[in-house]
Design a protein around this ligand. Structure first.
Ligand code: NAP
Length: 297
């Protein structure tokens, strides 16, 4: 009997395509406008995972021609100092996007800092004004990870209208905006979380299943409807019996490959899309500030 294998939704390839498109548009506009787009990534302390993410973002900026105004602050930096820095970046005409790399040291209030960012420079799309625009279905900067998922589904012509979509996870970073974006695309959306009873009976109904719980191996083959589209947002570091550490998602990929129609790999699925949308958001702010359309992106 022939075994069916899910087709991969290749986030790495699509991110590369988005980078190329951005690079071309930036080269074209920079000579007209007289400056490149600028992104300021603020990092506090020395969390090694955050440092790696920041390096990755800065490398991607350099690749497409976005200027980085990254700043790295010592762990003891105060809330007031950071608020002043954000206020200065809000006024800085070279800067189109600002993001605060999370998590922050415990003495800092991340939500208050996030609220200080000018919503039109909110490259992460997490400011309440931008989340409010999403709730209302208005244009605005969209949260990078869920928007990256939407862009990936669109690239593979996956229909969403009228489909049953299940999002596992309800964080403000992923689950909630993800559910709203699917709703905006006319899917019928269910959100599951750690208090949901009988997760399996919920996920089994999903034509589109988005796993964003941060639990390795949470979604197994028996929880997936045959022919479903499964997007794995989870990024979990696990250690193999031989002591080697590797990155896995929330989905048990090997078993699901025989059930799902489409599947995102981890790594190489949603992760690269998040960075691509961050750069795109920075470009959109830049273009808007200079009255240029960014519609074709
Ligand atoms: P989070 O803030 O910890 O939220 C996790 C959500 O999953 C919560 O809503 C939680 O429910 C729910 N959950 C936890 N265990 C569950 C279970 N057993 N059954 C059902 N729901 C469960 O995490 P996050 O920031 O949303 O991130 C989620 C995952 O995505 C993480 O692995 C993170 O590393 C990854 N991530 C990846 C990218 C990327 O670019 N690929 C970007 C962002 C995040 P409660 O609300 O009830 O606690």
């Amino acid at each position: 009997m022939e075994t069916k294998t899910a087709k991969l939704l290749d986030g790495k390839a699509l991110a590369e395509k988005i980078h190329q498109g951005l690079q071309e548009r930036i080269t074209e506009l920079q000579s007209q406008i007289g400056r490149p787009p600028g992104l300021a990534v603020l990092m506090v302390g020395d969390n090694p995972a955050s440092a790696a993410y920041v390096r990755n973002k800065e490398k991607a900026c350099a690749k497409v021609g976005i200027a980085s105004f990254g700043q790295h602050f010592p762990t003891e930096t105060s809330q007031g100092e950071l608020e002043e820095i954000i206020a200065a970046l809000n006024q800085d005409p070279q800067v189109d996007g600002i993001l605060v790399q999370l998590p922050l040291p415990n003495h800092l209030d991340a939500v208050t800092l996030l609220h200080q960012i000018d919503p039109d420079k909110d490259a992460d799309g997490l400011h309440p004004v931008n989340l409010g625009r999403l709730v209302r279905g208005e244009a605005g900067l969209r949260s990078c990870t869920p928007y990256g998922v939407m862009r990936l589904l669109q690239e593979y012509d996956i229909p969403l209208r009228g489909k049953q979509a299940v999002v596992v996870g309800r964080s403000i970073l992923v689950g909630k905006p993800m559910a709203l974006m699917l709703l905006e695309a006319d899917a019928t959306v269910t959100i599951a979380h750690s208090r949901s009873h009988d997760l399996k009976s919920i996920t089994q109904n999903a034509d589109i299943l988005i796993a964003a719980a941060g639990k390795a191996g949470l979604i197994t083959a028996d929880m997936v409807k045959p022919g479903a589209v499964v997007v794995d947002v989870g990024m979990n570091r696990v250690t193999d019996p031989n002591g080697k550490s590797r990155l896995v998602g929330d989905v048990h990929l090997e078993s699901i490959a025989g059930v799902a129609e489409f599947l995102t790999p981890v790594p190489g699925g949603v992760g690269p899309m998040t960075v691509a949308i961050l750069l795109q958001n920075t470009f959109v702010s830049y273009a808007k500030r200079h009255g240029v359309s960014s519609d074709e992106l």
